[in-house]
Write a protein that binds this ligand. Structure first.
Ligand code: FPP
Length: 244
């Protein structure tokens, strides 16, 4: 998508905030609880983030719920995370719809349990015409895989004679990513003090501002989101240009 921000007043909120929700396990461990308890509280924090984003006027909120590398976790934990997603969508969908939220899922969904694939399709279809917050949930998402898939699709287009290699530019490339139609994130937040991207939106985050906050995800509140947004608004984004 376009690299220039869709806002020009410093008082305006970021259009798109992406979050790596990290620290559920450590939150549970610090309390002598099973990891599942951390993920459960993490799902509650998702509700906080959605409400916070809506009230701050953020247009797109993308959450990293399950990476393509998360299959390496013990089977019980993978099942717990899938179970929480089922609960979240089943429990929150009516409320999200009432609040005009549009749900969209990105990632490779073919490997997900079939009932979750149906939940995703149903939630996307039901909220398709909503015009409030766009809530994007990255599920079985991996950025490298997304880029490789885009290359495959473009290679097929070239092979079929539909486009010339020279016609492939950044816009044409981005149109083959799962985020097609979604502006690039202005701000990435990662909780729990870790400072890495973990294969999350590597193309789309090229010009994003990065905020690494020490709070563990289950403790992340609307106030933490508002502070990250306020800090973002003090930053000067130059997109490679010099200062004014
Ligand atoms: C990272 O914490 C978090 C995850 C891998 C999963 C995030 C999932 C949720 C917040 C709950 C379900 C989501 C939705 C959208 C309903 P970690 O387990 O890696 O924590 P650690 O680094 O402290 O071990």
């Amino acid at each position: 998508m376009a690299l220039a921000p869709a806002y020009d007043e410093p008082s305006n909120p970021p259009v798109h905030v992406a979050i790596i929700m990290d620290g559920n396990g450590r939150w549970a461990k610090a309390r002598g609880l099973p990891r599942f308890a951390g993920h459960q509280r993490g799902a509650e924090a998702v509700r906080e983030a959605v409400e916070g984003a809506s009230s701050l006027g953020i247009r797109y909120l993308t959450l990293y719920a399950f990476s393509s590398e998360n299959w390496k976790r013990p089977e019980t934990e993978v099942n717990d995370l899938m179970g929480l997603l089922r609960v979240y969508v089943n429990r929150e969908l009516a409320d999200l719809h009432r609040n005009d939220v549009r749900l969209r899922f990105i990632g490779d969904h073919a490997a997900l349990p079939s009932d979750i694939q149906n939940l995703i399709t149903g939630a996307q279809d039901r909220t398709r015409d909503n015009s409030g917050l766009n809530l994007v949930i990255a599920l079985n998402y991996g950025g490298h895989n997304e880029i490789v898939n885009a290359c495959r699709e473009l290679a097929s287009e070239v092979k079929a004679g539909r486009i010339e290699p020279g016609e492939i530019d950044e816009l044409a490339f981005a149109a083959h990513l799962s985020t097609n139609g979604i502006p690039d994130p202005d701000l990435l937040i990662r909780t729990s003090g870790e400072q890495r991207l973990s294969n999350f939106l590597p193309w789309q985050l090229a010009y994003s501002e990065l905020a690494f906050v020490d709070t563990l995800w289950p403790d992340f509140t609307q106030e933490h989101l508002a502070k990250a947004v306020a800090d973002f608004q003090k930053r000067e984004r130059r997109y490679g240009a010099t200062t004014a």
